[in-house]
Write a protein that binds this ligand. Structure first.
Ligand SMILES: NC(=O)c1ccc[n+]([C@@H]2O[C@H](COP(=O)([O-])OP(=O)(O)OC[C@H]3O[C@@H](n4cnc5c(N)ncnc54)[C@H](O)[C@@H]3O)[C@@H](O)[C@H]2O)c1
Length: 375
């Protein structure tokens, strides 16, 4: 069997909650679903199931670094005309913008987004009229963006539901980020100082996982209440400037831009690793860092020379667990993906009954997934 077919068969076998949720979907033959999402193999399980229910699908990414080209090609071949796509690994910002414009021109009736890119264009005054009935948003970064916009259709936040952020963000990102670090660098964190920036659910998981991989953890957190939580959890809370000179591994988990910027470069310890797991590739100012001499040290690892010192960057500052790793385990992501699929069923059946703007995905949409997934 071809490697991709084998991987898809394996993923499908180990994602029973997603399969069961797909089976329970209504007929989707009237649905034009535009998806802006990470396009990795696990997504194929959902996309194939949606196609079986009759959906028409437009695929773009929410992050060009996490696109697997073979996944896009497979979905287009499998969709036989019902899948349109404009996404490839490493596509430029201009191509990415075009993909969003094409998604809108394709006249979607429903959206499934991770980062609110399509809605961000649709919500500005100059955007074309839209046929969108309802949408889904999966990321904290997208929710923050949407808070500043006035969408003309309801959007359901499924990031803040217990079975998504409480499981995927809280546990899986940290574990898989540490796994990607270990696999790519061949190093663990033993006897290393690991600085975690951002103590949301993702940051908490990163702290726990990095500790399990041997690290000595400290936390930088700008929100005083969250900093206090980190302190109660036993992690030293420090300022970025105070911690950088001794940090061996610096992990950003904030959703904010340029958390690490050129003003910090003089403070790095030589040999330090920089890694991001937040949604934005811009948490670390990579263009500024790469204005210094740099070269590939190992796959996914760039060595940047800073005068007499050097630092290493994982996955060019992209989401390391996805760009340089496999992302969540199939069994854990099964729950996340099943919630997404249940959310699609919900917006198709009930979305039009809600007012424009943000809503949290109701428990009646996702609770059956939790009930099914329980041992
Ligand atoms: N890599 C993945 O697979 C994955 C999965 C889920 C979420 N995410 C992303 O990870 C990021 C964090 O997610 P979360 O659920 O923990 O979000 P969150 O908003 O709950 O937590 C982020 C924390 O970072 C803090 N912060 C923001 N800017 C900061 C700065 N400059 N310095 C210090 N602290 C700062 C905030 O105060 C907040 O406590 C988001 O961008 C989210 O989209 C990534």
């Amino acid at each position: 069997m071809h490697t991709l077919e084998r991987d898809i068969a394996w993923a499908t076998e180990h994602m029973p909650a997603t399969r069961a949720t797909l089976k329970a979907l209504p007929d989707l033959s009237h649905v034009r679903l535009a998806c802006s999402m990470h396009l990795d193999i696990k997504m194929i399980v959902a996309i194939e199931g949606l196609l079986e229910r009759g959906a028409h699908i437009y695929l773009t990414t929410c992050n060009p670094d996490t696109v697997r080209n073979e996944v896009v090609a497979h979905c287009m071949a499998r969709g036989s005309g019902n899948v349109k796509a404009h996404a490839w690994h490493g596509m430029s910002r201009a191509d990415y913008n075009t993909s969003i414009e094409r998604a809108i021109a394709w006249s979607p009736t429903h959206l499934c987004e991770m980062g609110a890119e399509i809605t961000s264009v649709l919500a500005v005054g100059t955007a074309p009229a839209t046929h969108v009935v309802a949408g889904l948003e999966a990321t904290g970064s997208g929710i923050t963006r949407l808070g500043k916009l006035s969408p003309t259709y309801p959007i359901f936040n499924w990031d803040d539901v217990a079975v998504k952020e409480g499981l995927h963000n809280r546990y899986m990102v940290g574990i898989t980020a540490c796994h990607a670090f270990f696999n790519r660098t061949r190093l663990t964190f033993h006897n290393k100082r690991v600085l975690v920036i951002g103590y949301g659910l993702v940051g908490r998981g990163v702290c726990d996982a990095a500790r399990a991989y041997g690290g000595h953890i400290s936390v930088v957190e700008m929100n005083a209440a969250r900093a206090l939580e980190a302190s109660f959890a036993g992690w030293p809370v420090v300022s970025l400037e105070e911690a950088l000179p001794s940090a061996d591994v610096i992990i950003t988990a904030t959703g904010s831009r340029h958390v690490i910027k050129s003003a910090h470069f003089d403070l790095f310890k030589s040999g330090a690793f920089l890694m991001n797991v937040g949604h934005l590739n811009e948490e670390i100012d990579i263009p500024a860092l790469y204005s210094n001499p740099h070269a590939n040290a190992l796959p996914y690892i760039e060595r940047v020379r800073l005068g007499e010192r050097h630092v290493y960057v994982l996955a060019d500052g992209g989401m390391a667990n996805l760009s340089a790793g496999e992302g969540d385990s199939l069994n854990a992501f099964d729950v996340t993906l099943a919630v997404m699929v249940a959310g699609i069923g919900f917006i198709v059946e009930s979305g039009s009954g809600y007012s424009p703007g943000m809503h949290t995905l109701p428990a009646r949409a996702w609770m059956p997934v939790a009930q099914r997934a329980l041992l």
